[in-house]
Design a protein. Structure first.
Ligand code: HEM
Length: 427
């Protein structure tokens, strides 16, 4: 490791979910942006050395746009892939071929394959169906005074969109929902154990969860492979059919790449959107004047969507690995060192957003947020995610303008996804 230029000692534990149990640690990020924008963060895992924590908007955009220097592929985009000596099964499953963990030129080959399905035109064609589905969900809630926003609304919308896009049949949708929820519950409870937790017997719970996660992955892959086989025999016009019948250098895609694609779509598209929808409701509850502005001026819904994305930053971080010796903001970085980009911090960077800690539905530069990342791997589902948030809030506030959160959110213990599993609301 090069000597830290911005040396302020060890001041935070961004590698632990506990740091995120009340949401993004904005005080820590504010300090890092000011005092140590490229910060050397030790890790307590014995097999990991540490990482460079990036907290400034400008630096994260620069790194995201330079995949030659900052690789997504070696070994991937998570902070840690488990203990190599223990052959962690979760890590192995997460490593299966996946475009999010590829570098150009390979990355572009796979991205091009599916990107027409995410074009503005393709996404617009979904809007009417989505609006009708949302109306149906809201109709079913009209007689209830209080309910759980996550289970009754937020988790249903992205799941419906994904299943429609990928061509997952009605009879299979409950299963997909259960698998996704199992994966979220079990993997978020795993975290990385410290010695005290191990001594307290958390090891066996950890192994139990690892097994649960592994089984869920296998179920998901089996479902994907069955669909691929069927689409190869009987092509349709859904996204699974596109992938099943795509060729790279004359050959069909290998099974591990197909597994990886299915996993990426189901996880990346679901969790992220559901958590932004729920975080948006918390923001509106905490800022009633902003909610009123939105009700009085429906033209603001599109901008409010970006402000919710900025405010929530539902993906907490992505990681890159230096492919050669380099530097960021004067800090030398050695080949092979980890660089972790904290999106929630970039989205509160006071050099980019005035009054960055205020939620403002009419914020002029809300679109500058990087909740979807930037550059090479900019979220492929960004328009789809945006549309879901906008249409939900247009319908929701039109129908239940008094809706507000009446409980604290139950947060998913994770330092990767800013997740909420329950939130009680009244309408
Ligand atoms: C609020 C919603 C969402 C957020 C905040 C979000 C966030 C992100 C971020 C930060 C990345 C960048 C990864 C990187 O640079 O390493 C990403 C990539 C990706 N997202 Fe999303 N996402 C959302 C919704 C969706 C949806 C709805 C889909 C698909 C249905 C989707 C599919 C993908 C895919 C395929 C990639 C990989 C793109 C690539 O590697 O080229 N996401 N997302």
């Amino acid at each position: 490791m090069s000597k830290p230029v911005y040396d302020i000692g060890q001041v935070c534990e961004l590698d632990r979910w506990e740091t995120f149990q009340n949401g993004q640690p904005n005080d820590i990020f504010t300090r890092l942006r000011k005092e140590a924008p490229v910060y050397w963060h030790e890790e307590y895992l014995p097999f990991e050395n540490g990482f460079w924590a990036l907290t400034k908007h400008e630096d994260i955009v620069r790194v995201s746009k330079d995949p030659k220097t900052f690789s997504s592929a070696t070994p991937g985009i998570l902070m840690s892939y488990g203990d190599p000596e223990q052959g962690d099964p979760v890590a192995t499953a997460a490593l299966v071929g996946n475009m999010i963990a590829m570098d150009p030129p390979q990355h572009q080959v796979y991205r091009k394959m599916v990107s027409p399905r995410f074009s503005p035109k393709s996404i617009r064609e979904f809007e009417e169906g989505l609006r009708n589905k949302i109306k149906e969900i809201l109709d079913g809630l009209a007689d209830k005074k209080e309910f759980d926003f996550v289970t009754e609304i937020a988790e249903k919308i992205p799941l419906w969109v994904l299943c429609e896009m990928m061509g997952i049949e009605e009879s299979q949708r409950q299963k997909v929902r259960d698998i996704v929820n199992n994966l979220t519950d079990a993997s978020s409870q795993m975290g990385n154990l410290n010695d005290a937790q191990k001594a307290a017997g958390a090891d066996s719970k950890h192994s139990e969860n690892a097994l649960k996660v592994w089984v869920s992955y296998m179920e998901l892959f089996k479902m994907g492979r069955d669909m691929i086989e069927e689409r190869r025999k009987n092509p349709t016009d859904d996204l699974m059919s596109v992938v099943a019948n795509s060729k790279v250098e004359g050959d069909g895609l290998p099974p591990e790449l197909l597994d990886g694609f299915f996993l990426l779509m189901v996880i990346a598209g679901n969790e992220t959107t559901r958590n932004t929808l729920t975080g948006g409701l918390i923001a509106l509850t905490e800022n009633p004047a902003e909610k009123l502005k939105l009700i009085q001026d429906p033209d603001l819904f599109s901008n409010a969507t970006d402000e919710m994305l900025r405010w929530v930053s539902s993906v907490i971080y992505m990681r890159r690995t230096a492919a050669c010796d380099t530097e960021i903001r004067g800090q030398p970085i050695k080949k092979g060192e980890k660089v972790v980009m904290w999106y929630g911090s970039a989205n509160r960077d006071e050099e980019v957003f005035e009054d960055s800690h205020l939620f403002k539905v009419d914020r002029e530069d809300a679109k500058k947020h990087i909740a979807f990342g930037a550059g090479e791997h900019l979220c492929l589902g960004n328009r789809l995610g945006q549309m879901q948030i906008r249409v939900l809030y247009e319908e929701l506030l039109g129908r239940f303008p008094n809706i507000e959160a009446i409980s604290k959110p139950t947060r998913v213990p994770s330092n990767f996804l800013n997740g909420i599993s329950h939130l009680k609301v009244k309408i």
